[in-house]
Design a protein around this ligand. Structure first.
Ligand code: PFF
Length: 448
């Protein structure tokens, strides 16, 4: 299919948007960011950030997309023909390239781990063995490049087939099954010896550990997890039918996404302590070092382990699809390319950008520990694009919808498919004042 499409129904949109939102951000990035930021206090601030900053921005993006029926660049242009607003759209397109370039590397890990689980590699694995296996795996440069390239090509394939036939179909089956396995994992993890210490780390805030950085990280994580700040939800919103009830559809998406991330943390931290590890020492490998240990201690571990990593790969795929969709929709609408050419071109460029990330977990010593920042390339890219750039994008979306498009016009669009939007006042205050002011303050707090 070339050109634009539409979702089949409201459920179709909820599933596709949740497919975008639920992914490695929930199961890989959330626990890792919780561990980096000291535990429960971060979780608390995260929940507040979702409710007061990210959810209002989600409504703003989806309504802007549905109103303009365009990609992010076109959406800004269609409301404000002159001026610099389109650059916010361009930033989103660029961010899409960059996020995809490292996200696909981690997605490649999930595919590799699927095969490891399937071939019984996790049997009797303890925590040291799991850490060793992770290091061996990620420092195998050739394998890393093959896996992440394959993942990008797969994404290109799905995206080139078009909106509802590709994206919707995948999302429909995935969510319920993934959720079922998460529940099994949750039961196993909570019944491990030493689990309660993990629960304490995850659920009992230590207010003395507060640093302004924690808020920035929580906010960035909320945008990342809900796919905000780069125009994904503007693009997905543009495929939503005018009849659909936006407030309720977006509330479901935010709820699913947050719930799954929360459950992922409930699984990981008890197991971290049960395995005798330190919760604060996990880097990007945290989840990949812990999950095999849980599967090793679980009846039917081979089956559940394989199924889990398979589903996680698919969850990652429904997210990479949505990231790729942003630059692709841009080239279709603005440059009049066809879908296939757009997807292939963007995919090819992303593969080139992704190489440093693929080599950054031991494959190449320079990319694994960059001078000055003392971090791996993947970690650095995740901070710049996955956190800062999304926060900047979300800030401008709030300002644009609040003051240029104006909340009164946005509300007309939001309430098209429904008579009432109970949170209209809350939303208006959030988008005009709370979200932009908090984002700005958090940035200033970090810089100063
Ligand atoms: N929300 C996705 C996740 O949590 O895995 C990642 C993501 C998708 C980020 C789309 C940004 C985006 F535009």
């Amino acid at each position: 299919m070339s050109g634009r499409g539409k979702w089949g129904s409201k459920v179709g949109f909820i599933l596709a948007a949740s497919g975008s939102a639920v992914g490695l951000g929930n199961i890989w990035r959330f626990p890792y960011t919780v561990s980096k930021n000291g535990g429960a206090l971060f979780v608390l601030i995260y929940l507040i950030a979702v409710l007061f900053i990210a959810y209002p921005v989600l409504i703003a993006e989806v309504s802007l997309g549905r109103f303009s029926n365009k990609n992010p660049v076109g959406a800004f242009k269609s409301i404000k023909t002159k001026g610099k607003w389109k650059y916010v759209g361009y930033l989103g397109v660029l961010t899409g390239f960059m996020i995809l370039s490292y996200y696909a590397v981690v997605a490649g890990w999930t595919v590799g781990y699927f095969f490891k689980a399937l071939t019984g590699k996790f049997a009797k694995m303890n925590n040291e063995a799991a850490t060793q296996a992770y290091t061996n795996f990620t420092s195998n440069s050739l394998l890393q490049i093959i896996l992440f390239t394959a993942f990008i090509l797969l994404t290109v394939y799905v995206v080139s087939r078009g909106v509802s036939s590709g994206i919707e179909k995948f999302s429909k089956i995935l969510m319920p099954v993934l959720f079922g396995i998460l529940l099994l994992l949750l039961i196993r993890s909570l019944t491990m010896q030493g689990a309660s210490k993990g629960l304490e780390f995850y659920l009992k805030p230590d207010f003395s550990a507060f640093k302004p950085r924690v808020i920035l990280e929580a906010m960035g994580q909320a945008f990342f997890s809900l796919s905000l700040g780069m125009g994904t939800m503007i693009t997905y919103g543009s495929y939503v039918n005018k009849r659909e009830n936006l407030p309720s559809a977006t509330a479901w998406v935010a709820f699913f996404d947050t719930f799954i991330a929360f459950v992922a943390g409930l699984i990981i931290f008890p197991a971290v302590y049960a395995a005798g590890m330190q919760a604060t020492s996990g880097g990007p490998g945290l989840v990949f070092q812990i999950l095999p240990v849980i599967f090793a201690k679980m009846p039917g571990g081979v089956i559940f382990g394989s199924l889990f990593f398979l589903l996680l790969s698919i969850a990652a795929l429904t997210s990479t699809i949505s990231v790729l969709e942003v630059p692709v929709a841009f080239f279709i609408d603005e440059k009049k390319w066809n879908r296939k050419k757009s997807a292939l071109t963007v995919g090819a460029i992303t593969i080139i950008f992704g190489v440093p990330s693929a080599l950054s977990q031991g494959g190449n010593s320079f990319f694994s520990k960059l001078p000055l920042v003392n971090k791996g390339f993947l970690d650095l890219w995740d901070i710049i694009w996955g956190n800062l750039s999304l926060s900047i994008g979300a800030f401008f979306v709030a300002i644009f919808v609040g003051y240029i498009w104006k909340t009164s016009n946005a509300l007309l669009e939001i309430t098209k498919g429904t008579e009432k939007f109970k949170l209209a006042f809350f939303w208006m205050i959030s988008i005009k004042f709370v979200s932009p002011v908090l984002i700005l303050l958090i940035f200033l707090g970090i810089i100063l």
